[in-house]
Design a protein around this ligand. Structure first.
Ligand code: USQ
Length: 381
């Protein structure tokens, strides 16, 4: 909607798999989500430029994808077509395999189809900050994708090289995004495909200026243990009087971005494509870093919620540092929306409005990274 509003011709290509996963998991977005047909109609009714829709699975229907690229000749493809939840990817062998099949094939099909079409199409891909990993970076600033390293030689001399920052995925989901990064590196080198990879942090907030125009345009609000992300979960838990679910000590530090900034960043990336022959552009799409325990404390102070420190279902560092360079977007004009009491309260208000749709039994995160974590969850009081 943001792109259509800015005057672009927009076509959604989607297999609607997220709706199917809701059915499989037996859980729904806290906010009611209209059918895709009703959403497109609502957008036209509020005066938005018509958005086309094609039902297509890019991970499985290669020939249709290629034919679509050939007929539409898009200037750019914004690639959001990946299974995006770390806990879902770690639920079972089936969800691990689905996540790898869907994410890696989807990305590779898109790249191969662009090469076969012969068209010069800019890919803007939604990657993740999790590509860099959350071990200790020993106080070093995480650069935007590339690291300059010195390589010692046997004769004592050294040379410097700019390499992709080493990857350190923390889940099967995050691993697929590190594989995407290699696919991009290769197709950019071999076929000169122009690519921008957005290493996005955890999104928080609910609405944007445009989703507020009609209730049928509202965003998903995932609160369940598989798809809900930490800050929105805490705000929703506070809204319904459920103790905030902090995993482990809460010393995990993560990068965050408000949904309005996320939408703005995609637009900035499209408006500033790499030039022909330029290597993959990597932007750190985040505006601030926070410790999980600090977020819980902030939400508790704002709402009076209680906090429940509980056995961590994930195999992850107890605490970590996270200093991130995000100059690329700031230099392109992004004005960061940082954690603000008003915006936090807005999320609590949305959650209160739909509180009766919440199934409290689906709040705990039960997807365990290994049997060790599964045993710890089972032993929770
Ligand atoms: N956490 C809690 N309590 C909860 C939920 C999560 O303490 O109730 C902790 C987790 O253990 C983890 C941290 O909060 O240490 C972040 O978890 P999350 O579920 O908010 O985020 P994550 O699994 O990392 O994934 C989310 C999105 C993913 C995106 C990623 C960006 O689902 O699509 O790529 O954020 S990032 O984390 O920067 O890699």
């Amino acid at each position: 909607m943001n792109l259509a509003d800015a005057g672009h011709d927009v076509m959604i290509v989607d297999n609607l798999s997220r709706r199917k996963i809701d059915i499989d998991l037996g859980v729904e977005s806290l906010t009611p989500i209209a059918t895709i047909g009703d959403r497109l109609k609502a957008w036209e009714q509020v005066g938005g430029k018509r958005i086309e829709f094609v039902l297509l699975d890019i991970a499985k229907e290669y020939d249709r994808l290629l034919a679509l690229l050939r007929s539409e000749k898009p200037d750019a493809v914004v690639h959001f077509a990946e299974q995006r939840a770390a806990p879902y990817s770690m639920k079972s062998s089936a969800t691990k395999r689905y996540t790898v099949d869907n994410n890696v094939n989807g990305t590779h099909n898109l790249l191969a189809a662009i090469v076969e079409s012969g068209l010069d199409i800019h890919i803007v891909h939604l990657g993740t900050m999790g590509v860099y990993g959350y071990g200790s970076h020993r106080g070093a600033t995480i650069p935007e994708g590339y690291l300059t390293v010195e390589v010692p030689q046997a004769d004592g001399s050294r040379f410097t090289e700019r390499i992709l920052h080493p990857t350190d995925p923390g889940s099967v989901y995050h691993m697929t995004k590190t594989l995407d990064q290699l696919l991009f590196f290769y197709y950019n080198k071999n076929d000169s495909i122009r690519i921008t990879d957005l290493h996005q942090g955890i999104v928080w907030g609910t609405n944007t200026r445009l989703t507020e125009k009609d209730p049928r345009l509202t965003n998903r609000f995932d609160y369940d243990g598989d798809y809900g992300t930490v800050l929105n979960r805490f705000l929703m838990q506070a809204a319904i009087g459920y103790p905030l679910t902090v995993h482990g000590t809460g010393g995990q530090t993560r990068a965050f971005i408000h949904i309005r900034d996320s939408v703005r960043c995609v637009q900035l990336a499209l408006d500033n494509p790499p030039t022909s022959g330029e290597k993959v552009k990597i932007f750190n799409q985040m505006t601030e870093s926070h410790r999980v325990a600090d977020l819980a404390e902030k939400v508790a102070a704002l709402t009076g919620a209680e906090t429940n420190y509980q056995a961590n279902p994930r195999k992850e560092a107890i605490d970590n540092d996270l200093i991130v360079d995000n100059r690329c977007f700031l230099e392109l004009g992004l004005k960061p929306t940082t954690l603000d009491d008003g915006l936090l309260s807005e999320v609590v208000d949305v959650a209160r409005r739909w509180a009766d749709r919440c199934d409290r039994s689906r709040i705990p995160c039960l997807s365990a990274w290994t049997t060790r974590q599964a045993e710890a969850i089972a032993a929770r009081p």
